[in-house]
Write a protein that binds this ligand. Structure first.
Ligand code: HAM
Length: 422
């Protein structure tokens, strides 16, 4: 019977070999940067109740209405998280984390969206997210944006374009929505099907439609900047000034309205043109009301953003700004056929205990083949235990790069291993 081949699910990827190193590099840089911004890691479950996202992101959004991997249960449906702002908010409310003053979090992890896979768009992808709670000042918006810009710079990506907008607040947004409805009323029949639906469900999302006809119509749509209340307008101006102060290039783009409903005031995206159709590498903004959707009495302002790590890697690879080092093995033990290996296991373990990688040949009797095995493992050094070494209590060390060989007594060899940074 021939077994059917089973591959990874479409839109998901195995990450291994040289590729994993770029992930480690990014994760290391994120952790260092997060530390310097006093952001602390939070890990929430991948599996949440679907209601968490319905409540937070909005039932009419593409993510909730079309892209959730949902698991039907008799009691309450579950889903694989499509993003993690909602999960973090759920956690903050559940454990009253906001009580101890401003909370600053970061997370790295997989998200799941049932989208049609294409370059840069996957069904399982990973985000680095940061979320700051309890700080309504524009400094928090600035910190979120600057963190992401700085990460891109550290990773050698300098050709980003940062687009900023304000989507208003409950005070000024309703009036703007009315203006938009009025503007599109007699134009919507000429617009794409999506926009016709959005007219009723979320008229502001028409503004970021990529359809050429809709784009032309959008060019003369009323600008939110003319409808912002004083508070929102000042918030945006202060943010512009702060970014200007540190010479971060940005543009105000009123088509940045975001695909998730929870934003108020600041909304932003960082785009990389080299990514093609899926050019957004980072998106975020302020979501001052979201905590109250989970607990109506709570008034906890918040702001955050997420970077798509796969898109980040595409950009790093295109720029060739990171070259992964191959895996090396510190020590490979070659054993003469006459030698009892049991005792050598202790030596191998002692080497590992000191923080060095070590493998021992455990099959071939032929020393030549053992050396080939050492080369396959990229061994920097080969340790040779022949009859002579065993009789004299010594060890012969061959440096594979230089080809040199020396013999030491065991104590001197172990002394030479001191000081390894694990
Ligand atoms: P988002 O714009 O939906 O925002 O996603 C953020 C980033 O995740 C995108 O810019 C993109 O790089 C990446 N991304 C999204 N979908 C995919 C996909 N299917 N395949 C590959 N990468 C993808 C959020 O998720 C918000 N939670 C961001 C946020 C945090 N806002 C406030 N705090």
């Amino acid at each position: 019977m021939q077994l059917e081949k089973i591959n990874a699910v479409r839109g998901t990827k195995d990450i291994y070999g040289e590729n994993i190193k770029i992930w480690h590099k990014i994760e290391d840089e994120i952790k260092k940067l997060a530390y310097s911004f006093s952001l602390h890691e939070i890990r929430t479950p991948i599996l949440e109740y679907t209601d968490v996202f319905k409540r937070a992101i909005g039932k009419e959004t593409d993510i909730v209405s079309k892209e959730m991997f949902e698991i039907e249960r008799k009691s309450r449906n579950l889903c694989l998280r499509p993003e993690n702002t909602a999960g973090v908010v759920r956690s903050v409310v559940e454990h009253s984390l906001h009580r101890e003053g401003p909370k600053r979090f970061f997370y790295i992890g997989p998200m799941f969206r049932a989208e049609r896979p294409q370059k840069g768009r996957y069904r399982q992808f990973h985000q680095l997210g940061i979320e700051i709670f309890g700080d309504k000042s524009v400094y928090a918006d600035f910190d979120v944006i600057y963190f992401n810009v700085r990460l891109l710079e550290i990773l050698g990506i300098d050709n980003y374009s940062l687009k900023i907008n304000s989507v208003g607040c409950p005070e000024c947004k309703p009036e703007y929505i009315e203006k938009l409805k009025e503007f599109y009323k007699d134009k919507k029949q000429n617009m794409c099907e999506n926009c016709q639906t959005r007219y009723d469900s979320n008229v502001m999302r028409i503004l970021d439609c990529k359809n050429e006809t809709c784009k032309t119509i959008n060019n003369s749509a009323p600008s939110i900047l003319d409808s912002l209340c004083e508070n929102c307008s000042n918030h945006l101006k202060s943010l512009e000034a702060m970014l200007g102060n540190v010479a971060v290039k940005f543009e105000i783009d009123t088509s940045i309205v975001r695909g998730l409903d929870y934003y108020s005031k600041t909304a932003f995206e960082i785009q990389l043109s080299q990514l093609g159709a899926q050019s957004a590498v980072c998106g975020g903004g302020r979501y001052d009301k979201l905590v109250s959707y989970f607990s109506p009495k709570l008034d906890v302002p918040a702001v955050g953003a997420a970077i798509g790590i796969e898109r980040l890697i595409m950009a790093i690879e295109a720029k060739k700004s990171y070259v992964a080092e191959p895996n090396f093995l510190d020590y490979y033990i070659v054993v003469d056929a006459s030698v009892d290996k049991a005792g050598l296991v202790l030596i191998m373990l002692e080497i590992r205990n000191r923080g060095y990688s070590c493998l021992m040949n455990n099959g071939s009797k032929n020393v030549g083949k053992q050396f080939k095995e050492a080369s396959k493992n990229n061994a920097k050094n080969v340790l040779i235990f022949g009859e002579e070494e065993i009789n004299n209590g010594t060890i012969s060390i061959k440096n594979m790069k230089e080809g040199s060989q020396k013999t030491l007594d065991l104590e001197s060899f172990f002394n030479s291993l001191e000081g390894k940074n694990i």
